[in-house]
Design a protein around this ligand. Structure first.
Ligand SMILES: C[S@@+](CC[C@H](N)C(=O)[O-])C[C@H]1O[C@@H](n2cnc3c(N)ncnc32)[C@H](O)[C@@H]1O
Length: 421
């Protein structure tokens, strides 16, 4: 028994079930929440936690109630506004009638922001398919009624065009509501909710970050089969497909980064609207050298961010500024010390997701993958660390290393890359 509300074995059984059924990964941030939800649901059903968890797999209603409690509906209207600007930019390229899938739509602010964008842009024929695992979130989406404090992100003009007051709340107009179809859908277990080739834009933001790596990969493979080449995939600001799949190409549209389904017959350069600058020294030959111990992130320093990370990323998940990545690196190290390599891989992978340009995260991921016997993936991670080093500059990287110099990191990476070449 830990200091948590549910015995360790019972919590582990609940976590295994949720991982298998809905892809949820039990990291430290989720652990406390799951423990509390299991304890509360068991009490509500007047059974002890072990009996309650034992019944979950066989009782869909019981499981759904738990999912309604465990899932996080953090969202807002026009969250990450640059992505909506990017959507406006690509609208002339998409086919008509236009279907947009809002996957993991939470309480509806995302699909209604999409609906407002299309209506205001004068797109003639469109529909939004909004899906979520939580039936509670779906009924809120269908109702489309929000308290004043839930209107965060909406400017007055947009609000007054598309919502009207009902007492102390605001109701989305029927003109939009009837074009947003809310459906129950499990991203981990079901095919996309549209006919293959009929959906040009998918918003799947701040959802994959909670999944196990294998579920992320399987989901993206299914999605790639369903989307036509050239279709657009919007992920959360802190989510990255780096090292996860090459089915989608990262392109820059205005100030945002968007993924585009890669046509296997098309040269990558033809796909990008405005690509990131090429990485310097990508083809540098690795130099064999003795391998020092892996540098550790300096625990007492604020985390230095690179590239796309920012204070407003993943407000419902681990925070990037102020220690989210640092904590993940520390948790990953603890898992390595316990020889729990799958957990270490998952934890470091999350750190690399959140801060894709941070070489230290990729380095540790590579070491964990190596320890787990996944040599090819480890090599990719070391390559990512090396490319990140080339991009980031030495001062920024040394700020997170504990008494090590970038040169040592370079030697270690070159040794790893040289040894596995
Ligand atoms: C943090 S919210 C993101 C909301 C919105 N996409 C945004 O970025 O503002 C994550 C949502 O994903 C949903 N979700 C989690 N696991 C899911 C799964 N396996 N299938 C479908 N939805 C899931 C949760 O219920 C929750 O509403």
């Amino acid at each position: 028994m830990t200091d948590e509300l549910v015995p360790d074995g019972t919590l582990a059984a609940a976590a295994r079930l949720l991982a298998r059924r809905v892809g949820l990964r039990l990291d430290p941030a989720i652990r406390g929440r799951l423990s509390r939800c299991v304890a509360e649901e068991a009490t509500a059903h007047r059974v002890d936690a072990a009996d309650y968890v034992g019944r979950l797999d066989e009782d869909p209603a019981l499981l759904q109630d738990l999912l309604n409690r465990v899932t996080v509906q953090e969202t807002s209207f026009f969250r990450d506004p640059g992505q909506f600007a990017a959507l406006r930019t690509v609208l002339p390229e998409v086919t008509s009638p236009l279907t947009i899938w809002s996957a993991g739509c939470a309480n509806g602010q995302e699909p209604y922001s999409l609906a407002m964008t299309l209506a205001d842009a004068g797109v003639p024929a469109w529909q939004i398919v909004a899906t979520d695992l939580s039936t509670r979130a779906l009924s809120r989406t269908r109702k489309a009624r929000y308290a004043e404090r839930e209107l965060r992100g909406l400017d007055d003009g947009t609000r007054d065009r598309h919502l009207f007051r009902v007492g102390s709340e605001w109701q989305v107009t029927d003109a939009l509501r009837t074009r947003v179809e809310a459906r129950h859908h499990n991203l981990v277990a079901e095919p996309p909710p549209f006919e293959p080739g009929t959906c040009d834009v998918v918003f799947c933001r701040n959802v994959l970050i909670y999944f196990r790596q294998e579920d992320v990969v399987a989901f993206l493979e299914r999605l790639a089969l369903w989307m036509r080449p050239g279709a657009w995939l919007f992920l959360g600001y802190s989510e990255s497909l780096w090292q996860v799949t090459d089915r989608f190409q990262l392109v820059r549209v205005g100030d945002s980064f968007v993924y585009r389904h890669r046509d296997p017959h098309e040269r990558p350069a033809q796909v990008a609207l405005d690509r990131q600058p090429a990485t310097r020294n990508q083809n540098r030959r690795p130099r064999p050298a003795p391998a020092p111990r892996a540098p550790r992130p300096r625990p007492d320093r604020p985390h230095v961010t690179f590239g796309r990370t920012g204070a407003d990323s993943a407000p419902d998940g681990p925070k990037v500024e102020g220690g989210g990545v640092k904590e993940l690196l520390a948790a990953g190290e603890a898992a390595m010390n316990e020889a729990d390599y799958p957990l270490a891989v998952a934890t470091f992978r999350k750190a690399a997701y959140i801060d894709p340009d941070q070489p230290v995260a990729h380095l540790h991921l590579g070491l964990a993958l190596e320890a787990a016997g996944e040599a090819a993936s480890a090599r990719r991670a070391f390559g990512a660390a090396r490319a990140g080093l080339d991009r980031s500059g030495t001062a920024a990287v040394e700020a997170v290393l504990e008494g090590y110099h970038v040169d040592e990191l370079v030697r270690l990476l070159d040794a790893k890359l040289g040894a596995s070449a």
